[in-house]
Design a protein around this ligand. Structure first.
Ligand code: SIN
Length: 290
């Protein structure tokens, strides 16, 4: 590994960690994710528990809560501690406008999120984060894990020259792009927004890489060929650097809360023809800023 990349890994693995009294953390990898114990999401959390969960969220970016037999109301109540709930982009008729059902079965032709992405980055204000509560998993051992990747480290591991090059650029994110050739449904008001390629996390101020394959269309400061080449290089860097990632193996009643501002995720569809079901609640975010 190049010295600058090694320095980035060292910096992230040796930084000071928050101390916890009311929860316990079991890291998933040295750079991302943790299982959190000591919390029952059916009950109202104490102020101290919430503060510690917020600290853990900013430090580990992906929090895994096991054995949470919660209702959609418990789920929304927990999410609301982090900000106003973020409405579902295209809610099914009669469904809760804040609860997205994530469902796959033998009838599925594809599943949501089966590729590296962050959620809704074509929005002017993409979500702060999402909480996915999975209640049905494919047969044990039949897959359905979700991977997450740390976009702070993805940025920090780039060469100093590449970081300087990317720092001044923006990228157009297009909400029609994930729909491919079939295009989005007629009722979808397609969001298109320009965000910096390198943004700062609004709470920690740390820089991170903010482009993803499904939504990012082009870097307008570059020619089409240059933009395609730079974006492809960055997507390969993200997908081809396993060190950036952690992997969550679901059990029924696992809830995962991820920071959509600084991680990408990939729902792995390796369980056909088995079924998987969960509910996702998202929280409002803010406009990404350099
Ligand atoms: C998603 O939010 O992209 C889906 C995540 C998952 O199903 O694991």
């Amino acid at each position: 590994m190049e010295d600058y990349a090694l320095d980035a890994v060292k910096a992230i693995t040796t930084r000071e960690k928050p101390a916890y009294e009311t929860i316990a953390l079991d890291p998933l990898t040295p750079v991302l994710g943790a299982e959190v114990s000591g919390v029952d999401l059916r009950e109202e959390l104490t102020k101290r528990q919430l503060t510690e969960i917020k600290d853990a969220f900013l430090d580990r970016h992906v929090l895994v809560f096991r054995d949470q037999d919660i209702t959609p109301e418990d789920h929304k109540r927990f999410a609301a501690h982090f900000g106003p709930l973020h409405p579902v982009a295209l809610p099914a008729p009669g469904s809760d406008p804040y609860v997205l059902e994530i469902s796959a079965s033998a009838e599925s032709k594809n599943v949501a999120g089966n590729g590296w992405h962050a959620d809704g980055t074509a929005d002017a204000e993409p979500s702060l984060g999402s909480m996915l509560h999975v209640t049905r998993i494919p047969e044990p051992g039949a897959g359905g894990d979700t991977m997450f990747a740390n976009m702070h480290l993805a940025y920090e591991m780039l060469s100093p020259a590449m970081k300087t090059f990317l720092d001044g650029l923006t990228a157009v994110h297009d909400g029609a792009q994930p729909w491919g050739e079939q295009g989005p449904p007629a009722e979808y008001e397609v969001p298109v927004n320009e965000h910096p390629v390198v943004v700062r996390h609004p709470e920690t101020g740390r820089k991170l890489l903010f482009v993803n394959r499904p939504y990012t269309a082009r870097i307008p400061q570059l020619s089409r060929a240059e933009s395609d080449a730079v974006l492809e290089m960055l997507y390969r860097h993200i997908a081809g650097t396993p060190l950036l990632a952690c992997r969550v193996r679901w059990q029924p009643n696992t809830l995962v809360f991820w920071d959509n501002r600084c991680v990408q995720h990939h729902a792995i569809w390796d369980y056909y023809p088995h079924s998987r079901y969960g509910r996702r609640v998202a929280i409002d975010g803010t406009r990404p800023r350099a």
